[in-house]
Ligand binder design. Structure first.
Ligand code: HEM
Length: 424
């Protein structure tokens, strides 16, 4: 408890210090020269961080200005599926999104996907494995990939300029079958069965119109395992999410996450661009690596999560501090040093660990990070960041990117409307 109180105090001190510092430099933008940026990365420490717990059994409304599952505090589990459309008539795509909307609004409330008829001669409407279960903070988030805008549906002219094809990065080991997709559906919930049920039933509704291309489940430590809601740890043992921007602050979220009408695709107003990377960890190699090298790889201490040379998890990183040999205490090629982009570029990370058993060829664990991030403009945020990481990150020795996708996550929907109605 004491440590937690100290951390909180540290965090408050930082935010005040940063506030003053920002005042002194006249307001740093998301990108260099972007002008005054109110609330940028200033953490309101009395509000829960994105990593903190949601009300485990609660209902997160499906309808709203934004889709849920983007700045929503992270639930315990994700079940993410990419679909390819098998129809070519846009009216059928519209119908699919309408059916998915009605089903998702019910699933978020913990209901089955539709009213049951009690007709014993037909299969039930819902598959049944969540009967009697709580809603478990289920969110269902829909997006469309670049291929949605090819010549099948006459939507090519509506493709947002921000929905770029992700370039090939150095060291990519991408597997086509784990990448891309016309549509992405991210289900998050505080129960794995509830999350799987939602995706399974949405896939069932899509039969005859769309097929699953890939599916990946993910997890973090359960809320019950950490009632204090500290920053979760990834499978390499480090706290992950510490320096995520505070997207509970509306202005910060607007700058970093939400697409705006003036960004070039008015139908995407209040949506967001999601990048997914399936990143396999070379766990066995990591496990043989000395603690000092592990900490130098991230630029943080493993136990406390503090930047090297500091004491509290939320202390600012001092990249100018030198050790007795004149070398930076936080190595310049550490993951944190590279990913921080000099403080000029931010993304909102919302990824989960995954574990898919073993790689049958090598007998090694097939596990890693289902990296998920949201940004307003991938061209200025995710892509330059990953370009730099692929080039320089010390972590590259221990990871390989094996899947990739980019999706325009549609704006939120009003009751009576349907997901994608601004586009379709
Ligand atoms: C398996 C792959 C990865 C692992 C294990 C990992 C882990 C971590 C850890 C432990 C931190 C420090 C704590 C924190 O602030 O969250 C961190 C920071 C960060 N990571 Fe990653 N990460 C991975 C991949 C990526 C990728 C692909 C990107 C983006 C392209 C990324 C972007 C960031 C950013 C922006 C920060 C915060 C840097 C700062 O400003 O301090 N990470 N990551």
């Amino acid at each position: 408890m004491k440590q937690e109180a100290n951390d909180r105090a540290d965090k408050s001190a930082i935010s005040r210090r940063e506030l003053l510092k920002m005042g002194a430099v006249g307001g740093l933008g998301l990108f260099l020269g972007a002008g005054v940026m109110k609330g940028f990365d200033i953490v309101d420490n009395n509000k829960p961080a994105a990593s903190m717990l949601t009300n485990a059994n609660g209902i997160i409304p499906f309808y709203g200005r934004h889709q849920a599952g983007i700045v929503t505090p992270m639930q315990d589990f994700v079940c993410m599926g990419a679909f390819d459309l098998t129809v070519t008539d846009i009216a059928e795509v519209r119908k699919l999104f309408q059916d998915w909307t009605a089903a998702s609004a019910r699933l978020a409330k913990g209901e089955g996907v539709g009213e049951e008829s009690n007709n014993a001669l037909v299969p039930p409407v819902d598959t049944g494995e969540t009967i009697g279960l709580q809603p478990m903070s289920t969110t269902i988030t829909f997006g469309v990939g670049p291929s949605f805008f090819d010549d099948r549906f006459g939507l090519a002219s509506k493709r947002p300029s921000k929905l770029v094809d992700i370039p090939a990065f150095k060291r990519d080991e991408l597997v086509e079958e784990w990448s891309h997709g016309d549509i992405i559906v991210q289900v998050c919930a505080n129960d794995q069965q509830v999350a799987f049920h939602a995706l399974r039933n949405l896939a069932r509704i899509a039969r005859g119109k769309a097929v699953l291309r890939w599916l990946q489940q993910g997890f973090q430590r359960a809320g019950a395992a950490d009632p204090k809601g500290a920053t979760p740890r990834n499978l390499l043992g480090f706290k992950d999410g510490t320096n995520n921007p505070n997207v509970a602050d509306e202005e910060t979220a607007k700058q970093i996450v939400w697409a705006q009408a003036e960004d070039g695709a008015p139908w995407m107003d209040q949506g967001s661009y999601m990048v997914v990377r399936r990143i396999r960890m070379r766990i066995e190699v990591w496990d043989r690596t000395a603690l000092g090298e592990q900490e130098a790889t991230f630029g943080r201490y493993r136990d406390s999560g503090a930047p090297l040379g500091a004491t509290g998890e939320f202390d600012p990183a001092d990249y100018t501090k030198l050790d007795k040999n004149g070398k930076p205490v936080i190595p310049a090629d550490s993951h944190m040093a590279i990913a921080s982009m000099g403080g000029k570029v931010k993304i909102h990370r919302r990824g989960y660990s995954y574990s898919n058993g073993i790689d049958l060829k090598t007998g090694q664990l097939d596990a890693g990070l289902l990296f998920i991030c949201f940004n307003r403009d991938p061209l200025q945020q995710f892509i330059p960041m990953q370009t730099k990481l692929a080039e320089l990150d010390r972590l590259n020795e221990y990871i390989e990117h094996v899947g990739s996708g980019i999706y325009a996550c549609l704006p939120g929907v009003k009751e009576g409307g349907y997901i994608g109605d601004t586009l379709l």
